[in-house]
Design a protein around this ligand. Structure first.
Ligand code: C5P
Length: 229
């Protein structure tokens, strides 16, 4: 049996950074499922597909070969994963505001989710993984060894996202980022198909007052306890 850690949580809760670091400590494969929704949006935008048209988005998914791998030495520029869409490195192109917004639009479609969930489950089938997203704890890996809901206050998440964007040279302001975080949270939590939610058996880790390192330590300790180390 493989060892699985499932992390769900809202935008900018630190899921990606925490999951990547835990993966390195525990020798797990890190899988960023948000990148798959982002690649879907990017592919649809490139083909001028209406993101609200479920049928058209599902069709465009058939033309998208999605690959993800840990960054190679030459690619270590702050990315958490190297993301390849039809062989092209789109690791940063999927992080623009337009694609971020588009990803939560394509993610409302049940058939898009079904398609991507199958891919995610196939990746996790035969290896030890830490996977993060919005529906991992109850849809993608319902039998995960450890389920975590990672969160932080809306203001702290908006501040983290702002710093992240500024580091990348994006000229934006706190109020704009806060409004965007609130809107995307709403879309993720209120959609009909597999909304972001806290499941009963998830460990809720609120990082409002915690550093990334503290969150990583806490998760590693809990995982090692479960593995019986
Ligand atoms: O995690 P990230 O912000 O990169 O995800 C982008 C978008 O993809 C989210 O806002 C959400 O709408 C969608 N998503 C999802 N289910 C997942 C992962 C991401 O609906 N498992």
């Amino acid at each position: 049996m493989s060892f699985q850690i499932a992390i769900d949580g809202p935008l900018a809760s630190g899921k990606g950074t925490v999951a990547r670091l835990v993966a390195e400590r525990l020798h797990l494969l890190y899988i960023d499922t948000g990148a798959m929704y982002r690649m879907t949006a990017l592919q649809a935008l490139r083909h001028q597909v209406d993101l609200n048209d479920e049928h058209a988005v599902v069709n465009i998914l058939q033309t998208a070969d999605m690959q993800m791998r840990p960054p190679r030495d030459a690619e270590k520029d702050g990315r958490l994963s190297t993301v390849l869409l039809n062989g092209e490195d789109v690791s940063w192109q999927i992080r623009t505001e337009q694609v971020s917004d588009g990803s939560s639009k394509v993610a409302v479609h049940a058939h898009v989710r079904e398609f991507l969930v199958k891919k995610q489950q196939a990746i996790a089938a035969n290896q030890d993984v830490i996977m993060e997203g919005r529906d991992i704890t109850y849809r993608v890996l319902p039998h995960a060894n450890l389920k975590i809901y990672l969160t932080a206050s809306t203001e702290v998440r908006a501040q983290r996202r702002l710093e992240d964007l500024q580091r990348r040279g994006v000229d934006t302001q706190y109020e704009h980022v806060l409004a965007d975080v609130v809107m995307r949270d709403k879309r993720d939590m209120e959609r009909e198909a597999d909304p972001l939610q806290v499941v009963e058996d998830a460990w809720v880790l609120d990082t409002t007052q915690m550093t990334i390192e503290e969150a990583v330590e806490a998760i590693v300790a809990r995982a090692e306890q479960l593995k019986g180390k």
